[in-house]
Ligand binder design. Sequence first.
Ligand code: G6Q
Length: 547
Amino acid sequence: MGQVCRTPEWQALNEQWQEQAGITLRQRFTADPQRAERYRLHQAGILLDYSKNRIDDQTLALLLRLARAVDLEGWIERMFSGQTINTTEERAVLHTALRNRTRQPVWHNQHNVMPQIHQVLAQMADFVTRVRTGQWRGHTGQPIHHIINIGIGGSDLGPRMVCQALTPYHHPHLQTHFISNIDSSHLHQTLKHCTPANTLFIIASKTFTTQETLTNAHAARHWLITALGDETAVAHHFVAISTNSQRVTAFGIDPANQFRFWDWVGGRYSLWSAIGLPIALTIGMEHFEQLLTGAHTMDQHFRTAPLEQNMPVILALLGIWYTNFGNATSHAILPYDQNLRSLPAYLQQTDMESNGKRVTRTGELVEYTTGPILWGAAGTDGQHAFYQLIHQGTHLIPCDFIIAANSHNPLGNQHQMLLANCLAQSEALMRGKNHQEARQELEEQGIRGAALEALLPHKIFPGNVPSNTLMIDRLTPQRLGALLALYEHKIFVQGIIWQINSFDQWGVELGKQLAGVILPELLEQQSHTEHDSSTQGLITAWHQLRE
Ligand code: G6Q
């Protein structure tokens, strides 16, 4: 079909943006008292209010036409049915099979993948029970109290964020830690809190070749053996999650302690697989399965709902509207929930690694903007930090507000205060404060004349900042599963519209190659090769500074 920006559907949206530019959100709400009811969806326990967006029925219809022009419905089916849609790695994309809670088979190369998924889930369930009940003993016969996941990127961010999000479900006697950084401070500062006899290491790596993970794993192994004085201790304190069992065995981990997953699970989509083992250990297998169920409910909705009523599709199209027609370059994720404070970092990887691409699936340079910069923080903290720029800066930043109706830890009126802040912010961003309102406010404060005129421009808020609000009843494993699947599918839809492959990550591979070139020079195992003067200068400076 050529580049999507050359289609009549794209052109029509361009014109629509220009025509609608003068209509503010405030005007839209005044003109239509039913607006909130019309632009609202409720699925998988998530209420999405998308009425505070710069849209009307015609804009939505045009966006949906664009989605149909790129055959979105066909691509959804291609993903769910295991076709090789990750073409640069020649892989299917089947993370949805990992949370398939039906008896329906899922085919990959004429082979039903469900039996192997169930087999690993059963292996996880058995292991989780043994660790959580204290039946699994360390080398010296003591139960496990510390679980340390060693992994990075997709083998770290998902489980780390989910464990934090589901803090109220934690086992009382198990503490879970995550080590990802090659910086030895990460390992050192974590091990300081752990006793070797009570510590279980999970080495999580799809490829089992990642420098950071393997280096930290070897250091952890050394720490354990030094403390317990016996190499055979490894069998009681190390398990691995990988697609590469040969390398895991070579590391010295007993095949009985290996948990498998498959190349059709992308790293950043892998928390639903055995990579979720630290989650299951921390919150229990039953809760882990509820997480899968929540995601599955969203999967079914995404696969079967008409595009007009399809929550991931609507969120994706709104993003396209601002990125490609409104020139927005970033998108803020604002959870009003302390336990979701790592959600922005997690979604940063899911979204930016998936859609941070500059060529189409067929290798042409794209002639339009693709994935936005995702960022954000827990809402109330953000209000005292960066919200200023969203309210009165010069960038258009669409926002997602996320809030649970009920707290796991109610205290006085604090949850109502949290909710009030969340709702007030999205309302203020939508309405703004116009010239007249700002003037009146200053007059009411007794400010007059030149002082008023000087202050007035600073007190005006343009408003018209678009936002979505996602509300759930409570942050349970099931709701979290649905929320994460919602964002995964949103990203997929945007990738299809941008005609890119959302499932490869060649940019990550580059980093993996480059570090290996300079290291031997720092270790002085190899004489210096040619570098640019900056890199060379920094290497020389390091040699001078090192103690
Ligand atoms: C995710 C990426 C990347 C990956 C890490 C860790 O989609 O591929 O973040 O997860 O580089 O890779 P391993 O799991 O192979 O160690």
